[in-house]
Design a protein around this ligand. Sequence first.
Ligand code: NAP
Length: 331
Amino acid sequence: MPRALVTGITGQDGQYLAELLHQKGYEVFGLVKGQNNPRTVLLQEEFPFVEVVGGDLADLSSLVAALESTQPDEVYNLGAISFVALSFRQPELTANVTGLGVLRMLEAIRMVGGADNNPIRFYQASSSEMFGKVRMTPQNEETPFYPRSPYGVAKVFGHDITVNYRDSYGLFACSGILFNHEGPRRGLEFVTRKITNAVARIKLGLQQELALGSLEPQRDWGFAGDYVQAMWLMLQHDEPQDFVVATGQTHSVREFVELAFRAAGIDDWARYVRQDERFMRPAEVDLLVGDAGKARRLLGWAPTMAFPELVETMVSHDIELEQRKERNRRR
Ligand code: NAP
């Protein structure tokens, strides 16, 4: 039975990946931080097959201990301060966890190593935010980075150190440069889920308006369930390499909002949406669109869910969720 250690298991991707690995017959270990992390209970209820291991990306000794106790074949490093807006408010924490955390995990892998004939394979969750003020469109594995947030800068460090450890020490280390991916499990702080949840609440009369920053940024949005498949495929490939994972289509936040309201049966969406300075970023990424040709050719990966279906799935999930919460509240 192969064994995988997943950091960031309580996050969106961690949950989809845990499910995928379990279906594939893996023993799944999830690194969870904190002494009484409330998300552990939710994790254990929903994914009882996950074995929780304590540890923090800010603490090297805890990562060494986690590797020693779990003896994984594969490590998926999804843990991060991943919310761009928070990275502007807490840049040092972001650099420490999202950037240096990768180095700590690589060092821990170098120390613990895995069996001689079965070295640990490492996946790093890199991000299209590294392209920032884009130098080429669409962006691929050769596109230079120009990050526009402390999050993007920290991810560039994580990416480069992954490549460096592969080159320097021969580690089987891959970096997946994933473009935005969403789904019903996306955290409520992220703009897509903030929109679909607000639309659901407006539809049900529980909320009056939706306050957003700029509606103009364009993103390449895919479904998280498809993207964790690409992570796994990278670690099954013969050679460790970096891959862009994207749909190749781009849509503005405005289009996302419009489609989300329409999915809830609301056509006059503009009357509910208010622009709010507080959600504007000091430096914005205007346009991201990825070229996942290499992942398609070498891994046989392709996205399965189109943009309209993604938005509709998230909206109908949130309508059901809010209805359920209302029923429970009234009981
Ligand atoms: P997410 O939902 O925000 O999850 C982040 C995870 O990191 C959570 O499980 C969190 O744990 C954990 N974490 C935070 N600080 C930690 C620390 N000090 N030590 C260990 N774990 C820590 O993120 P996601 O959307 O699943 O994304 C997964 C990864 O892919 C992230 O690295 C993200 O930056 C990257 N990525 C995401 C996208 C996307 O569109 N979703 C695109 C490109 C790259 P708690 O629950 O305990 O806080």
